[in-house]
Write a new protein. Structure first.
Lengths: 284, 284
């Protein structure tokens, strides 16, 4: 593709395009954050365009937002939530409603998920999920004492960003390398991770999640996933979901870097959503 | 401890001490290499001392060599192999015999292990085992075509050193991050790793080995360990073995870095030794 071609042919104003470029560049924050930023791109678009221009731009932004990360169900559900129309105020209202519902969902997941945490709990997590962080915040807010074992989550080290958050909340934690999941899961009493996509048969999340789930299954540690319902993709099977890979070079050599892996339902005790805790469907 | 105290009170000549310091600093090579270097330290000691001085120094070097890495059975078996005596020629002969037996064992493991590899095999491994490399060399020497999936093995990235060796042998390979073990094990037809210690109930090897073994068990990929018999510690149980941890700082934060994890026998199809392939003992 000729460099600049995308911008040349685009209906999207630069203010909107820059939000999408920023979403593409994001390496730490996950499916909730990107869905919210995508909704903000819609709001911006509705402020700048209307009528036929808006309608064309909406068709384009739909592809662009999904293209940011085709693994994330949240982006599909966002673009389904906002209709393709020339009515700018409708677009804006829907995008703002998405943001409001997402914020409410996260708060409610924090509330429900925090009930899983008892005093003295040792919780292991992988990567950095803002939804899981919300559960930690809510539990802390309820006065529960617990500590967290978290993976550094190579190669982008989102774990270090989570450590920063936990430190500011006064929640004790220990950071491990990803390869030590097997050693430390046995010290945990509970595991909670986020999700990028919940399909009919599995949870897709940061690569390494499957390893944690297997280990927890082996060690008898209950393994939960926290996910807003806009991350559900119940009509899809995991094998139909494209797993995004990002180029990685280490010591001058190309290293495979598929960002996500697939954890079958059978290793998951429950999925904490804003509507309650989902358990394994019978037909899986 | 006062700096320099160890040198001050030591019976060990500087030439021997420098070998032990080099062993302590080694971050890439494993239990076979360190045992060989330890045997070379014995040879050097026998060249420099004799009689009562040698006897005292032998008592000290025993502690020092085990202290290099108390997880590695090879170091215990080395120090048991060399008697504490004032007879320098006996010490030298035993140490040289250890080196010769170790070299023969590795060659024979290469020979036996290469028979596990069929044409078209896709072999996944973790970390860098010189014994596993010997199997790859022998298989290549027999004209077998196969490829290797290997982990980078954070935080010391021994995988990159293995990649270098495979490249020079003309064996095709793909490097993955440790967290992708779950994604890539399913593409493999065989798994082979090294060992630092084989106890009555488990194999102790670089952290992450247990995750690979669990995944292979789940995916039906046969999982083998390659280990010279001097890595066996059959009277010990894994819980009695001290797992060495090395300090690690990432982004200004302390990260836990236990170097080894424990893989129970039940996940291991066989242990390739120079005497043949060991299978799970009945009483485990």
């Amino acid at each position: 593709m000729i460099k600049g071609w995308r911008e040349f042919c685009s209906m999207l104003p630069p203010e909107v395009r820059s939000i999408i470029e920023e979403m593409r560049a994001e390496q730490i924050r996950g499916a909730s954050y990107l869905a919210k930023r995508g909704a903000e791109a819609y709001v911006k678009l509705a402020q700048l365009l209307s009528g036929e221009e808006l309608r064309k731009a909406l068709k384009e932004i739909r592809r662009e937002i999904i293209g940011v990360n085709p693994t994330m169900a949240s982006l599909y559900n966002l673009v389904r939530f906002v209709p393709i129309t020339g009515d700018a105020s409708l677009v804006r209202a829907r995008a703002e409603e998405f943001i409001r519902l997402a914020e409410e969902a996260k708060r409610e997941i924090g509330n429900i998920g925090s009930e899983l945490i008892d005093d003295g709990e040792v919780i292991i997590t992988h990567s950095f999920s803002s939804t899981v962080l919300e559960i930690f915040k809510a539990a802390k807010g309820k006065g529960k004492r617990f500590r967290v074992i978290l993976t550094e989550s190579a190669p982008d080290y989102e774990g270090l960003a989570l450590a920063e958050e936990l430190e500011s909340l006064g929640i004790p934690f220990e950071i491990i390398t990803d390869a030590q999941i097997g050693l430390f899961a046995r010290k945990a009493t509970l595991a909670i991770v986020g999700a990028d996509n919940v399909t009919k048969d599995a949870v897709i999340n940061k690569a390494g999640t499957y390893l944690l789930a297997l280990t927890c299954h082996e060690q008898g540690v209950p393994f939960y996933v926290a996910a807003e319902t806009f991350k559900l993709h119940p009509e899809a099977r995991a094998e139909e979901v494209e797993l995004l890979e990002r180029p990685l070079v280490r010591g001058g050599r190309l290293v495979r870097n598929v960002l996500f892996d697939v954890t079958p339902w059978k290793y998951i005790r429950g999925i904490v959503t804003e509507l309650g805790i989902l358990v394994q469907p019978k037909d899986v």
